[in-house]
Design a protein around this ligand. Structure first.
Ligand code: G3P
Length: 217
């Protein structure tokens, strides 16, 4: 499963890139606001750091302006993925861009039918928001299962990019279901490294080693 960082924070991206675990980055207007950075500048800097897909979202809601924004964003770097909202104009934009071989990530997906439409429109990625569904007492992961089944039924190549991830169990369930990718907030990504028995075991090994009086270097 591919790991994307759901952030526009350069330092976080730089550090995670060094682990070799990062396959891409996703941003959205709220994450750009949080970063306090200029949108076009920060996207360019992220693309310079990351080889994999970097999602940058259009903010227009009508087809003509969405396409203009998408073309401007896609000129920033080869690895830009244009994020469009799951609307009729968004999917028209998706179809046009995918015909031009520009990768598209359809965002704000909350139903399996929406995911089916996005795949038919040629999306490279569909972003179902599991956390926001859980927040309203729906089952976010059941949506991922449905989309996996539907895409496999018809051989759609659109990648399921699980979004709105809130905790490590979301990542685990996405992997169990066979989602292609998960876009993960950096605090959740860091939690994946940890287990209390790892910390406890390391502490015991180091204590015993110290008592041997030996050194390796
Ligand atoms: O980038 C889209 C998605 O991951 C947003 O997550 O936590 O704002 O629901 P969240």
């Amino acid at each position: 499963m591919k790991f994307f960082a759901d952030t526009a924070e350069l330092e976080e991206i730089r550090e995670l890139t060094a682990t070799g675990l990062l396959d891409g980055v996703t941003t959205n207007p709220s994450l750009i606001k949080k970063s306090g950075r200029d949108f076009l500048e920060v996207i360019k800097e992220i693309c310079d750091l990351v080889e994999g897909p970097v999602s940058a979202e259009v903010v227009a809601t009508d087809f003509d302006t969405m396409v203009k924004e998408a073309l401007k964003l896609s000129a920033i770097a080869k690895n830009i993925v244009i994020k469009v909202p799951m609307t009729l104009d968004g999917l028209k934009t998706c179809k046009l861009l995918s015909e031009k071989k520009i990768m598209v990530n359809v965002t704000l997906c909350f139903s399996a039918n929406q995911a089916l439409l996005a795949a038919k429109a040629g999306a490279s990625f569909i972003s179902p928001f599991v956390g926001r569904l859980d927040d309203i007492s729906e089952d976010g992961m059941a949506l991922i299962e449905d989309i996996r089944l539907i895409y496999d039924n018809y051989g759609f190549e659109t990648q399921i990019l699980v979004a709105s991830i809130r905790h490590p169990i979301h990542v685990l369930e996405a992997a169990r279901i066979g989602a292609d990718a998960a876009t993960i907030p950096t605090d959740v990504l860091r939690k994946l490294f940890h287990h209390p028995l790892t910390d406890k075991g390391l502490e015991a090994f180091l204590k015993d080693w110290e008592e041997t009086g030996q050194t390796i270097l």
